[in-house]
Design a protein around this ligand. Structure first.
Ligand code: GTR
Length: 434
């Protein structure tokens, strides 16, 4: 066929498509501080029966109540513990990786007794030294977006074979990683710096647990727990964020079995959707000693009730498989939420939490992230800590590392940068070094 009329036809179709296609109604997004609705944050220290929570023992009970509400209404329910058949094997160790500056380990974890079932690949770097030569290391643990090989250009990292979202910048076509993806996110990991400061740093590709698309929740780990499809799941079944959070706990199980890692000193971290994931993992699993939310926004550190930037309806529409289906009941009804995100942060208390924003990341609502960190304070205070210790949002690049809660906002866009890492390392030096 002659390509010219073909192109003409295609152009006419594109021009007419807005007329014929059933387009969803536009979901409004507010960026005006003056249009933030009046809201009343639910009090983390008032139990469901209306009684005040005045001591640590009563908080233990209130904590379970809040976890139940977040599970049922927001993220969906997480199965308890690790599956009986879960097992793992160390597939490679290089004690002279990164030009002798680090030890690199790779571990494959299977979630059942079968080798063809769901699995994840854990990559660990730690400071150099012979096995057993040092006391166990504190560690950072977080997911990566494009396969383990994206965190550093180290040619020794096994290239991910898993499905991944296309990315033109990183030349991910056909949903598979290529050699060209090595080190594309190195600046987001800063591995040489983290290791030089004495920490191990561990990562897993988040798509190993649940592919970041609708079908993801019915495959792999989702299939293992018979989740069902994004639209047919039970209304309180977990979504992708729940599955990813569960995977972080399983990665911690594996790190805890390594005599070179100190599992009582592990920081869980994540950027953006993976920051939401890190918060949910840290809220549920009290083994995490420090929880880091980098630009996590809506459904992460940002207060939903402010309805600023990304809102509940927007996130449930763009990503209908991330949260429990029940969360959709709060589309355009944020004021009706029984919980808000300051209570998610409070669930981490008295353990350390660090919330970080970026000035240009208005989609994630930096002020809402700050306010959630601040309003977790009363729970920290009840448990003997000061919390953030400031009432006003700090200026950019003026981090506040309080007692238990830290917050910073840096200049720049939605990203995780060496500046952020420097803050997290300073915070970790205070709480993970003893
Ligand atoms: C956006 C989403 C945000 C955030 C971000 C990311 O599209 O609206 O909630 O999660 O993606 O993960 O990079």
């Amino acid at each position: 066929m002659n390509p010219r009329p073909c192109r003409l036809l295609a152009a006419i179709c594109v021009a007419l498509s807005p007329v014929f296609a059933a387009r969803p109604p536009e979901i409004p997004v507010n960026y005006d501080e003056g249009k933030v609705p009046a809201y009343r944050l639910p009090d983390p220290l008032v139990a469901a029966d209306g009684s005040a929570v005045r001591e640590a023992a009563a908080w233990r009970k209130r904590r379970l109540e809040l976890l139940e509400v977040f599970s049922r209404e927001v993220y969906g329910r997480t199965p308890a513990g690790r599956p009986a058949g879960m097992h793992w094997e160390t597939t490679s160790v290089d004690r002279a990786a990164l030009g002798g500056k680090a030890v690199r380990k790779e571990i494959t974890v299977w979630f059942t007794e079968r080798k063809d079932g769901p699995r994840m690949h854990l990559l660990v770097y730690q400071p150099p030294g012979a096995a057993g030569a040092h006391r166990p290391r504190p560690a950072f643990l977080g997911y990566n977006y494009y396969g383990n090989q994206c965190v550093n250009a180290d040619p020794g990292i096994t290239l991910s074979q898993a499905w991944m979202r296309p990315n033109a910048e990183f030349k991910i076509v056909g949903n598979r990683a290529t050699e060209g993806t090595r080190g594309v996110h190195a600046s987001r990991w800063d591995i040489e710096t983290v290791v030089a400061r004495g920490y191990a740093t561990a990562t897993v590709y988040y798509g190993d647990l649940c592919e970041d698309r609708g079908e993801g929740v019915e495959r792999d780990v989702g299939a293992l727990f018979r989740t069902g499809s994004a639209e047919m799941r039970s209304p309180d079944a977990w979504g992708a964020i729940g599955i990813w959070a569960w995977g972080l706990s399983r990665a911690l199980d594996v790190l805890a079995a390594d005599p070179e890692i100190d599992a009582s000193r592990v920081a869980v971290h994540g950027h953006s959707r993976l920051g939401k994931t890190a918060l949910w993992a840290g809220a549920q699993d009290e083994r995490f000693a420090l929880v880091i939310s980098n630009n996590s926004g809506c459904g992460g550190a940002a207060l939903s009730m402010r309805v600023f930037g990304e809102n509940v309806e927007r996130i449930n529409t763009s990503f209908p498989f991330w949260f429990a289906r029940n969360f959709r009941a709060y589309n355009r009804r944020e004021a009706g939420l029984p919980v808000d995100q300051h209570q998610l942060i409070a669930l981490i208390a008295p353990r350390a939490v660090h919330v970080a924003s970026a000035e240009d990341d208005r989609w994630a609502d930096p002020r809402g992230e700050f306010l959630a960190a601040r309003h977790a304070g009363p729970v920290y205070a009840l448990l003997g800590r000061r919390g953030l210790g400031v009432a006003d949002m700090p200026a950019v690049n003026q981090p506040v590392i309080g007692d238990g809660v830290a917050y910073h906002i840096r200049t720049g866009k939605h990203d995780i940068t060496p500046y952020d890492w420097a803050r997290y390392l300073d915070h970790a030096d205070r709480v993970l070094r003893r």
